[in-house]
Design a protein around this ligand. Structure first.
Ligand code: DER
Length: 222
């Protein structure tokens, strides 16, 4: 698995050009991308990054990747991010790492969004899914009830016996659903709930998915 992540992360470097502002995603595949980015910078590549999580920020600092704030005038030429699941229509399920809100904001703003995954992430639309939903901590049980009224079964994300707190100070609910017929519709219905900040359903956002498998890297255009 890790070999495939390294393979696809290294291949994604080909889309990076000097002078770019990059959206730096989160997760273990992107961690390899940051390493290879750092290697290229030692050979003269000149870029700046906007991190999608405090964890990515720390890792970028470790690798000496210069970072800029996401300000009004910031344009993001290319965002490179991971995913938990990639559906056949290239819509994504994300949020396993709890960074979905900043990831979605930056991925949405980017001129081009490239997703890098190993082939285990590729699925068809059928089957049970767990959708991460970032919610305000204020009144989260009421928000959970409203989400469950739409047919989900939600669990508050707890890691090492501690309630997970996102970089934005919110909670994450992992919401199981038997089948997602229409990801866009599912996202809109969840997003309209006041206590919901955003969902791990990334719909109609992807320009390119790069998939590492035992044969190498294949690409699918969004
Ligand atoms: O949380 C996310 O959506 C991240 O991008 C992450 O879950 C990607 O998975 P990876 O660690 O297998 O790259």
């Amino acid at each position: 698995m890790d070999d495939k992540k390294q393979l696809v992360a290294k291949e994604a470097i080909k889309y990076v050009e000097s002078g770019m502002t990059l959206g730096l995603g989160s997760g273990s595949t992107v961690e390899w991308f940051l390493k290879y980015l750092s290697d290229e910078m030692k050979l003269g590549l000149n870029i700046v990054g906007v991190p999608t999580s405090k964890k990515t920020e720390r890792l970028a600092n470790h690798y000496g990747i210069p970072l800029v704030e996401l300000a009004k005038e910031t344009t993001i030429d290319l965002a490179v991010d991971g995913a938990d699941l990639v559906f056949s229509d290239l819509n994504l399920l994300k949020g396993g790492g709890g960074s979905l809100v900043r990831e979605k904001l930056i991925d949405w703003i980017a001129e081009k969004l490239v997703i890098i995954v190993d082939d285990s992430k590729m699925v068809n639309q059928s089957g049970q899914f767990e959708v991460p939903v970032e919610v305000l901590s204020f009144g989260w049980e009421k928000t959970k009830e409203l989400i469950e009224a739409q047919g989900y079964t939600c669990q508050l994300r707890v890691i090492n016996d501690e309630t997970f707190i996102s970089d934005n100070g919110n909670f994450i609910l992992d919401c199981k659903v038997d089948k997602l017929y229409d990801l866009n519709r599912a996202h809109i219905y969840l997003k309209q709930i006041t206590g919901v900040v955003d969902t791990g359903l990334f719909v109609n956002m992807v320009d390119l998915v790069m998939i590492g498998d035992k044969h190498g890297v294949r690409e699918m255009n969004g």
